[in-house]
Design a protein around this ligand. Structure first.
Ligand code: ASP
Length: 453
C-alpha cells in the first residue's frame, strides 16, 4: 500500500459539495492516511476566500472598526458545511476560542493600536491561520480522521524561516501516533513559543510537502481545481495539451516564467526526498494530472515539456569596442545594478556587446540613473534601451543533447515573420529563452507550440 499525503486547496474545501468530492477521493484508497487542507476558498468567482476575510478582520480590529459581523460571516462559511453534511460536531467552542482572542485584540487596539493587539496574541498570522485551523477540524470530523494541529510541529525560527529538520522530526513523531489524520496547512509556530507564524500566501502547498517529507511518503498528491499543468497558457494557445510528467528542474524554469501551479517553496522538501508530486483536479478526479518527478528525463520522446512567457522586460544594450579585452567590464556593469538594488534576469554577451535583461518593474524610476552610470563608469561607445520586450522559455529535458531544437524554434518564428531580439540557451540544455517584442509575444508562443505539440 502506497503511503500518500493529499493536500486539498481552498476551492476543494469551499463548501459541502466540494467536501463531498474530497471525501470520495480520500476514501477511495486506504493509503490516503494524511490529508492537509487549506481554508475555504471561493465558491463562485465573485466570492471571497476565508483567508482574505480573516486578514480583513484583523485590519478592522487594528483600526477600531467593528469586526464582529465579519467574523460571524466567516464562521457561517463553516457552519453551512456542518449543516449541509449533517456533521456530528459542535464547532461553537472553536469559534468562541477565536472570538475571545479577537475581542482581546480589539480591546487592546482601542487603547494602544495594532501593536497592542499583537501583544495580546491577536496578530495577523494568528488570525489568518484560523481559516486552516477550523477547516482541518471540520474535515477531520467529516472523514472520521484525527485532527493534528501544526502548532508546535511546523516550526519556524525567530526570523520566520522554516526549521526543516526540526519540523520533519516533530511531524514524524506526532503522526506516528495517528493512523489517519487531517492537518491544517499554512501555519506553524515559532520554535520554543506558542506564537503562530504563517507561510506566504498559498503556503498550504508547503505544509503538504513538508508532511510528505516527514513521513517519507511515496507520493504527494496536490488536489486543486485544474487537471495539472498545460503545455502553454490556455489564454494564448487554444486547448493546449496537458503535461503528464515533468522534472523539478523543468517546473522551476516554467514557474519562473509565470506558469505557477504550486507554491515555489513546496518543491524543495519533496524533491530532497525524491517524492513525486501529483497535481490533481478535485472536480475531475479521473484525470491523471501532472506528475512532477525527479526521475523524469524526457524518456517519453517529447522534445519540449512546456512553454511559458512573461511580458514587460527592458533590455539595456551596451556596445564598446574591444569589450572582451577589458578586464572587469561585466563586473563593473553588475556592480552598478547591485548599487541600485536591481535584479537582472539574463546577461547575454558578445565580443563587443553586453545586454542586460531586466524586468521593467525592477528599474522603474531608476533607469535614467543606471544608464547614466553605465555611460560614465563603463565608457561605452553606445548604450541602447529597448523597451517592451517579452521573454519566452521553451523548456524540455528532451531538448538536452538533441540537435536542431533551437533551429526549429528560430525557423518557425522566421516563417511567421517574427523578429527574435535575443536567444539564450542554458548550459543544461533544458531551456531556450527567446526575447521578442511584446506585440509579437502571443503569436510567438502559438508558433512555437504548434511546431512541437
Ligand atoms: N489559505 C491560505 C491562502 O489563501 C493558504 C493556502 O490556501 O494555501 O493563501
Amino acid at each position: 500500500m502506497r503511503k500518500k499525503v493529499l493536500k486539498f486547496g481552498g476551492s476543494s474545501v469551499a463548501n459541502a459539495s466540494q467536501l463531498a468530492k474530497l471525501k470520495n477521493i480520500v476514501m477511495a484508497d486506504p493509503g490516503n492516511r494524511y490529508v492537509v487542507v487549506s481554508a475555504p476558498g471561493k465558491r463562485f468567482s465573485s466570492d471571497s476566500k476565508v483567508t482574505d476575510l480573516l486578514y480583513l478582520c484583523k485590519s478592522q480590529i487594528d483600526n477600531n472598526i467593528p469586526y464582529e459581523e465579519l467574523f460571524r460571516m466567516i464562521c457561517s462559511r463553516y457552519e453551512d458545511s456542518v449543516q449541509a453534511l449533517e456533521l456530528d460536531i459542535d464547532m461553537t467552542p472553536y469559534y468562541e476560542e477565536i472570538a475571545a482572542v479577537l475581542a482581546a485584540g480589539s480591546k487592546a487596539a482601542a487603547e494602544g493600536g495594532a501593536d497592542a493587539a499583537n501583544r495580546v496574541g491577536c496578530t495577523a498570522d494568528y488570525v489568518a491561520s484560523r481559516g486552516e485551523y477550523l477547516s482541518a477540524i471540520l474535515t477531520a470530523a467529516y472523514l472520521g480522521y484525527d485532527f493534528v494541529d501544526t502548532a508546535g510541529l511546523v516550526l519556524f525560527d525567530a526570523k520566520g524561516r522554516l526549521l526543516t529538520e526540526e519540523t520533519y522530526a516533530a511531524l514524524a513523531g506526532e503522526l506516528a501516533r495517528h493512523e489517519k489524520a487531517v492537518i491544517p496547512g499554512f501555519y506553524g509556530t515559532i520554535q520554543g513559543t506558542d506564537r503562530i507564524k504563517v507561510f506566504s500566501r498559498g503556503g498550504s502547498d508547503v505544509t503538504g510537502s513538508v508532511v510528505a517529507r516527514a513521513i517519507n511518503a511515496d507520493i504527494y498528491e496536490n488536489w486543486t481545481d485544474v487537471s495539472g499543468m498545460l503545455m502553454a497558457d490556455p489564454r494564448i494557445v487554444p486547448n493546449p495539451k496537458p503535461i503528464d510528467r515533468i522534472s523539478y528542474l523543468e517546473l522551476r524554469e516554467l514557474s519562473y516564467m509565470g506558469a505557477t501551479v504550486l507554491h515555489e517553496d513546496a518543491v524543495f522538501p519533496a524533491r530532497e526526498a525524491d517524492i513525486p508530486i501529483n497535481i490533481r483536479n478535485t472536480n475531475v478526479p479521473a484525470d491523471p494530472g501532472t506528475v512532477i518527478d525527479n526521475n523524469y528525463n524526457g524518456e517519453d520522446g517529447k522534445v519540449i515539456s512546456g512553454i511559458a512567457g512573461s511580458r514587460d522586460f527592458t533590455v539595456i544594450a551596451v556596445h564598446k569596442n574591444m569589450m572582451n579585452k577589458e578586464l572587469g567590464f561585466v563586473r563593473k556593469a553588475l556592480q552598478i545594478l547591485e548599487d541600485y538594488e536591481v535584479n537582472f534576469d539574463h546577461i547575454p554577451t558578445g565580443i563587443d556587446t553586453l545586454s542586460v535583461v531586466i524586468e521593467t518593474k525592477e528599474i522603474e524610476g531608476k533607469l535614467d540613473d543606471i544608464v547614466w552610470e553605465f555611460r560614465k563608469q563603463l565608457k561605452a561607445d553606445e548604450i541602447k534601451v529597448i523597451m517592451n520586450i517579452s521573454l519566452i522559455a521553451v523548456v524540455g529535458k528532451g531538448m538536452s543533447g538533441r540537435i536542431g531544437t533551437s533551429a526549429r524554434i528560430l525557423t518557425a518564428l522566421a516563417k511567421a515573420g517574427i523578429n527574435v531580439r535575443m536567444i539564450n540557451q542554458g548550459s543544461s540544455e533544458i531551456n531556450v529563452i527567446i526575447a521578442v517584442e511584446t506585440p509579437d509575444f502571443e503569436n510567438a508562443v502559438r508558433v512555437i507550440y504548434n511546431e512541437f505539440a
